[in-house]
Write a protein that binds this ligand. Structure first.
Ligand SMILES: *Cc1c(COP(=O)(O)O)cnc(C)c1O
Length: 255
């Protein structure tokens, strides 16, 4: 996808693959017909993040069904659900499809986002097909998740209440930050993640530099066609207020 999570491109390129990227629609949704067309060419691997990083959009059930239906037998469909925990209630998820046996694919999850354990480097993949599981297990490094990370991951999974409370806090702040950006005249893509992706009239590098000089780190997008887009992670209420005040200053010269 473009705009995309860098590793979805870098890892296959490092393995010598040819990578084709499918752009999001202009209003930052998934371009289902274009994705169906890409799947019809029968790629070996099809990577799709839902919810998307950096955009924030998540596939609906019918969109996911259409993509699964368009997947040819030679294609391994990898659904990256790094932001699964932030998805709206009633949204579909790949794991449910995997469990039903109707999703000939891999679903990726991580403890790096909603569980806050990025430094421990722990996540997992699920799939229904034992042959795919065997191949993934054979290809992974033998010592890939350390014992401390495994203990922390199990404990994190057991404390769903903490995770859900923190997700709720982020959703509340995300809505408030989105409203604030809207009031600044900034276009923000709708998000089911812990970040917002927005476009301003200025180059993203300029925005990022100006915010940095104010002590705020954001991610300026650099992919062609998205150079005015910035990804900002949802912070505490105080931090989000600072982002809005600083952006107001940068965009409107307000003090
Ligand atoms: C963060 C992220 C991951 C995984 O992160 P790890 O820390 O390596 O588990 C995967 N995909 C997307 C889209 C992400 O944003």
């Amino acid at each position: 996808m473009t705009p995309s999570f860098g590793l979805h491109e870098i890892e296959p390129l490092a393995a010598g693959a040819r990578v084709t990227k499918v752009p999001m629609t202009t209003d930052m949704g998934f371009d289902i017909p274009a994705l169906e067309a890409a799947l019809a060419t029968g790629p070996a691997l099809f990577f799709l993040p839902s919810p998307s990083n950096p955009v924030g959009a998540a596939l609906t059930r019918s969109e996911l069904d259409r993509l699964v239906a368009a997947t040819r037998p030679q294609t391994l469909f990898v659904l990256d659900e790094a932001y699964f925990e932030y998805m709206e209630e009633g949204q579909t998820d790949g794991m449910t499809l995997v469990r039903s046996g109707n999703f000939p694919s891999i679903v990726l999850r991580t403890f790096s986002k909603a569980y806050g354990l990025a430094g421990l480097r722990v996540g997992y993949a699920t799939c229904f097909n034992p042959e795919i599981a065997r191949i993934v297990a054979a290809a992974k490094p033998p010592f890939n998740v350390n014992a401390a990370a495994q203990v922390a991951a199990v404990a994190a999974l057991a404390d769903q209440q903490w995770m859900k409370q923190s997700v709720e806090r982020i959703k509340t702040e995300r809505a408030r930050l989105a409203r604030g950006l809207d009031e600044l005249g900034v276009f923000t893509a709708s998000s089911q993640t812990n970040f917002l992706f927005f476009r301003t009239t200025l180059p993203s590098e300029h925005i990022a530099k100006a915010l940095l000089s104010d002590g705020i780190i954001v991610k300026p997008w650099r992919e062609a066609g998205y150079e005015n887009w910035v990804r900002v992670t949802i912070g505490t209420p105080k931090q989000n207020d600072r982002v809005l005040a600083s952006l107001n200053h940068i965009l409107n010269g307000a003090s």
